[in-house]
Design a protein around this ligand. Structure first.
Ligand code: PLP
Length: 403
């Protein structure tokens, strides 16, 4: 049923663009009607600010906003809803941890570990923290195929390491990292670990309690929800020990001209009027996803990726970047003598939407000694016919540039 014509009807974008072949879901997913309607309905019938008004509308909106927190907690297997912090997205979640959790603990000469395949969002916040404190950011190596070097990682986990931050699924290579093992290895040395789940939350069953990660982050817009809303999961003990990152309304307990005391987590991290409609939309996105078996989604997307790889590999003068043992429905490739931007532009004229560039992983491009790749990424509304069309159009590009 995924990828069929009737399934695609749940996504209004395909009615407005009947010929659109959307292969850029790693950048952002398309939105189901029930999410769009849920947000419209909220603004039309339920709009009020939260945690403030005592009139009915405000009370109901507050109740709905908080019930989504419980929904998120269940969705990712958190023990308690107070471990769920609303943020504007994965980037904001990671910045919050780098600022409020790591910085106060980090000292000169300490180390922070990230992998060689991190998105800039899971690299620069740690880089900045290390620069501020005279600490060192160390990079867990990968092999040419895009597998993390677990033996090297094990050796790097010394007493100097104050934090590990690693991506669950690489947005560029498609690698599914062995996060269970990485979490366990970090914890054996008493080191906290953050998992960047931006690319995994839509496609993989996530259970933060059994994973036992210290922090987990994801963005609403990559799981069929709206932009501008995301989640930071943090273990209750960590969130309790962390100071707020931003200050203002709705995050306090008491305030005088001289001083303030703060609300407990998660409220102390949600200063000001938050993205209420975004939270409502996120709740609908989770309802949408919960209709399906997460393992079935993961398998469908993985199989589309495998099919695309197989077809692309039949072409000459094409190299796939990212051939790890465990991977999902993302395929990065380069064509000999054709720049990825030209590939994306040509495909765009055929209504095929792919991404070309460094995918916010510039150091990874340096590792492969390439400036950019073309990337097709798949989701539940895609199908094999679209991949066949993609491959035919790439053949066309190759013969055009061969002239
Ligand atoms: N991490 C990964 C692996 C990503 O793919 C992305 C976005 O593409 C991010 C982090 C940042 O997510 P956002 O831009 O939603 O904050």
């Amino acid at each position: 049923m995924f990828g069929t014509k009737s399934f695609r009807q749940q996504f209004p974008i395909f009615q407005h663009h009947p010929n659109l072949v959307y292969l850029d879901s790693a950048a952002t997913t398309q939105k189901p009607k029930m999410v769009i309607d849920g947000i419209t309905n909220f603004y039309q019938k339920e709009n009020a600010n939260i945690h403030r008004g005592i009139y009915d509308l405000a009370a109901q909106t507050t109740q709905k906003y908080e019930s989504v927190r419980q929904k998120v907690a269940e969705f990712i297997g958190a023990k308690h809803q107070s471990e769920i912090v609303y943020t504007s997205g994965t980037t904001a979640s990671i910045n919050l941890v780098a600022h409020s959790f790591l910085l106060p603990r980090l000292e000169q000469g300490d180390e922070v570990l990230v992998s060689a395949m991190e998105h800039h969002a899971n690299l620069i916040p740690w880089q900045m923290a290390c620069k501020q404190k005279g600490a060192h950011l160390r990079v867990i190596p990968i092999d040419q195929a895009g597998n993390i070097d677990l033996a090297a990682y094990k050796k790097m986990l010394s007493a100097k390491v104050k934090m590990v931050a690693v991506v669950h699924i690489s947005n560029t290579l498609a690698t599914i990292n062995p996060i269970e093992a990485m979490i366990e290895m970090a914890h054996q040395k008493g080191i906290p670990i953050l998992i960047d789940g931006a690319q995994s939350t839509a496609h993989s069953p996530i259970d933060v309690a059994s994973l036992d990660c210290d922090f987990f982050t994801f963005s609403g817009h990559k799981i069929f929800g709206p932009t501008g809303i995301g989640v930071l999961y943090g273990k209750a003990t960590h969130l309790a020990a962390m100071s707020p990152y931003q200050f203002g309304g709705d995050m306090i307990r008491t305030v005088t001209y001289q001083d303030a005391t703060y609300a407990p987590a998660p409220q102390k991290f949600e200063a000001g009027t938050t993205n209420i409609a975004g939270v409502i939309g996120l709740g609908h996105a989770i309802d949408f996803l919960q209709q399906f078996d997460k393992k079935a989604i993961a398998l469908f997307v993985k199989e589309l990726g495998a099919y695309a790889r197989e077809k692309l590999l039949s072409l000459n003068d094409l190299t796939i970047i990212g051939n790890a043992q465990h991977k999902t429905g993302i395929v990065s490739f380069v064509l000999n003598n054709v720049h990825p931007h030209d590939v994306a532009t040509f495909l765009g004229t055929a209504n095929i939407a792919i991404r070309a560039g460094h995918h916010c992983t510039q150091p990874l491009m340096d590792f492969y000694e390439i400036p950019a790749t073309s990337r097709a990424s798949f989701s539940i509304y895609n199908n094999r016919a679209e991949i066949d069309f993609l491959v035919d159009e790439i053949k066309g590009i190759q013969s055009f540039f061969a002239v």
